[in-house]
Design a protein around this ligand. Structure first.
Ligand code: ZN
Length: 212
């Protein structure tokens, strides 16, 4: 990181008075993070999905507000908070050694908000960041309007993994886990390309299970 950018980053992360924002959920002034103390109390830790898949909080209330603000207004302090949450979730996977981590890819655009979030997370946890090993190779319909069967069909062969994943333990990161169809398809693609193990970490998870 360039020297000047690093100074700004450190001021922001330490909650300098130069950087006062509105809480993403209630609008109250906060420093250096997405949510005020009261709204942080609304965060609900997500139940464990399985031993290979960890989500940090449920997609509800204050957590939802922080994620939506990050997605649609692109504020730096929301990104910092989401990165901190990923680090919290990662504690459950920390006895695992990862060769690298990557975001769930989007079609036609590499440097998404998720890309930068995973990049920051990798820097914080000193895990190599390798977004290029998995690509989305065709455009697909939005998943949320589709039935469970159509979701799978929609994503079939939509991803391609490079041979660089062979024999590697990979951490795949997404912002939100809904039905899990997307991360399942990405994991399948990575495993078929020879990855030894794939773990999934998501910031949030929808509260209600959808029928698969
Ligand atoms: Zn608040």
């Amino acid at each position: 990181m360039p020297y000047f950018a690093k100074i700004i980053y450190n001021l922001r992360r330490t909650g300098s008075s130069l950087f006062t924002y509105d809480c993403a959920h209630c609008g109250k002034a906060v420093r250096g993070r997405a949510l005020c103390e009261e709204c942080e109390k609304l965060l609900m830790p997500a139940a464990e999905e399985n031993e290979n898949t960890v989500s940090v909080f449920y997609y509800d209330s204050a957590a939802k507000s922080a994620l939506l603000k990050h997605k649609f207004s692109g504020c730096d302090y929301c990104a910092d908070t989401l990165c901190d949450w990923l680090c919290v979730g990662f504690e459950k996977l920390e006895n695992q050694k990862f060769d690298f981590a990557l975001p769930v890819p989007s079609f036609g655009v590499t440097e998404t908000k998720l890309y930068y979030l995973v990049k920051d997370f990798c820097a914080a946890k000193e895990i190599p960041f390798k977004p290029s090993v998995l690509k989305k190779i065709r455009k697909t319909e939005k998943q949320h309007n589709l039935s469970a069967k159509d979701r799978k069909e929609n994503l079939k062969d939509a991803f391609k993994a490079s041979s660089a994943v062979a024999g590697k333990t990979v951490l795949l990161i997404d912002d939100i886990l809904t039905t899990g169809t997307t991360v399942s398809e990405c994991s399948k693609t990575l495993l078929e390309a020879g990855a030894e193990k794939v773990f999934v970490l998501t910031v949030l998870k929808t509260k209600f299970d959808y029928e698969e």
